[in-house]
Structure formats: structure tokens, C-alpha cells
Design a binder for this molecule. Structure first.
Ligand code: NAP
Length: 250
């Protein structure tokens, strides 16, 4: 029995040219999956790392947001033959006080983090249902799916929304053998948190509250994403798995 093997599976990962998405794409390839990267920037490094593991990497170029292309999954299927796993990872953040927050910063964030994630999940689920194949969807949430945060109103709304959506889709699609779960990363050292880490006071404040005593690394998500996509997690559905060094337990 190989409960964590993804051999023979094709995993679609959005925003995997760097950061958390790249680490998860590489982890899924290590577990045996071929990878379809959905990116607006070249994913050269990720492609090389997946290929070095003996897995195939397929590139689908797409700008996700209000008008995400409707044919992302069709293009992936034409390239890779099928899609079994979706990791909705691409995301952005805008920081400003709620009193000054602009409509543009609201729409941009919600369109990428929530709207694009839903409609891509819908594309993947329609493909799975048509194939009568089971599947796995993992949405990248946040500790701000559980907490309010500060100066990030559209981000908190989008990440709280993605957790609710995870639960709704888990309910609706369980009957098709599709599980929908979320990973809630804590404070991870990527471009997304560069501004926080550059702010000496905020950085010290955050670090002081992380029980693990360090910022997370992209590789910290490897085990969680492989688990949720694997046969071992067949009966795990609608769950949010925090990978946060203990932040939420504090
Ligand atoms: P990152 O290094 O900034 O990576 C974000 C990824 O999303 C990049 O590949 C980026 O592509 C892609 N992306 C953004 N907007 C896009 C769009 N409109 N169309 C296509 N791709 C787009 O940040 P990260 O930390 O790895 O974040 C990954 C996910 O984890 C996000 O959903 C984020 O909210 C979530 N998260 C991060 C943390 C953290 O502490 N870092 C904590 C909790 C949750 P480009 O390179 O082209 O911009």
C-alpha cells in the first residue's frame, strides 16, 4: 500500500513560478504526479525542478482574475491528457488602512483570490464529473481565514470566503468522489510577506507570536499538500489544515 503516492495523477497548480506554489508543485511531483502550472509569468525554474524528478511539467499561461480564461482546463487536458488535482494557490495582497482602502484594491484581490479560484474549481470539477473520475481540490487559505488581521480588508475577506467556499464545494462534490480541502499557511517567507518582514517592528511582533520561533518556509507545505491530494486523505473533506508553526493555537 502506498497511501501517499500520486503516481499516474496530473496536478494543476496555479501561481507556481515561485513561492508556496512552486514548493507545492515540486512536492506533488516528488510524490509521483505530473504537473500543469497555470502562470502569468514563466515558470522556468519550477519546470526544471519537476523535470529533474522525472515528472512532466506542462505550462498553461493565464492571467487569473475577473476574466480568467474559460479554457484553462481544456488546454491542460490537451497537453497532459487529464487533470486529477487542483491546487488553487495564486493570490495577491494589498495593504492599507480600512478607512482609506480603495475599490480597486478590493476588486483586484477578491477577483484573484476568490472569484478565479471558484471558477477554476468549477472547470476542474466539470472535467472530473464528465470523466467520472475522483479528484482533489486544495484551496490555499490563510490564518486570516480565521482571524481579522490588520490593514488587509480585501485579503481577509477573500481568505475567509475561500474557507466557506471550500466547505460548500466539499458538500456538493463529495458525491462525485471529489474532496475539497484547504491549507491555511501561517506567516511564510515569500514575496507575499516581504513588506511585513521589511518592517522591523511588525516583523518582530509577528515572529514573537509564532510558537515555532521562525517564519515558515515554502517547503513546510510539502507534506500537507501531498497528504490532502493522496489516497490517505480519501475521507478528509471540507477541512482546513493550518501549517502555521502553531500560530492559531496561541
Ligand atoms: P507569492 O510568492 O507572491 O506568489 C504568488 C503567486 O501567485 C505567484 O506565482 C504569482 O505570479 C501568482 N499570481 C498572482 N496573481 C496572479 C494572477 N492574476 N494570475 C496568475 N497568477 C497570479 O506569494 P505566496 O506567499 O507564495 O502566496 C501563495 C498563496 O499563499 C497565495 O494565495 C497567498 O495568499 C497564500 N498565503 C501566503 C502566506 C504567506 O505568508 N506567504 C500566508 C497565507 C496564505 P507572479 O509571479 O506572476 O506575480
Amino acid at each position: 500500500m502506498t497511501p501517499f503516492s500520486l503516481t499516474g495523477q496530473v496536478a494543476m497548480v496555479t501561481g507556481c513560478n515561485k513561492g508556496l506554489g512552486q514548493a507545492m508543485a515540486v512536492a506533488l511531483a516528488e510524490a509521483g504526479a505530473d504537473v500543469v502550472g497555470v502562470n502569468r509569468s514563466p515558470a522556468t525554474d519550477t519546470c526544471a525542478r519537476v523535470a529533474a524528478l522525472g515528472r512532466r511539467f506542462f505550462d498553461v499561461e493565464a492571467e487569473l482574475g475577473r476574466d480568467s480564461p474559460a479554457g484553462i482546463v481544456d488546454e491542460a487536458v490537451a497537453l497532459a491528457g487529464q487533470v486529477d488535482i487542483l491546487v488553487n494557490n495564486a493570490g495577491i495582497i494589498r495593504r492599507a488602512p480600512a478607512l482609506e482602502f480603495s475599490e480597486e484594491d478590493w476588486d483586484d484581490v477578491v477577483d484573484v483570490n476568490l472569484k478565479a479560484a471558484f471558477f477554476l474549481a468549477q472547470q476542474v470539477a466539470r472535467h472530473l464529473v464528465e470523466r467520472q473520475a475522483p479528484g482533489r481540490i486544495v484551496n490555499i487559505a490563510s490564518v486570516l481565514s480565521f482571524q481579522g488581521g490588520i490593514r488587509v480588508p480585501s485579503y481577509t475577506a477573500s481568505k475567509s470566503g475561500i474557507l466557506g467556499l471550500t466547505r460548500l464545494l466539499a458538500n456538493e462534490w463529495a458525491a462525485y468522489g471529489i474532496t475539497v480541502n484547504a491549507i491555511a499557511p501561517g506567516y511564510m517567507a515569500t514575496d507575499n510577506t516581504q513588506a511585513l518582514r521589511d518592517d522591523k517592528n511588525r516583523s518582530a511582533e509577528i515572529l514573537g507570536r509564532i510558537p515555532a520561533g521562525r517564519w515558515g518556509k515554502p517547503e513546510d507545505l510539502a507534506g500537507a499538500v501531498v497528504f490532502l491530494c493522496s489516497p490517505a486523505a480519501a475521507y478528509v473533506n471540507g477541512h482546513a489544515l493550518a501549517v502555521d508553526g502553531g500560530w492559531l493555537a496561541r
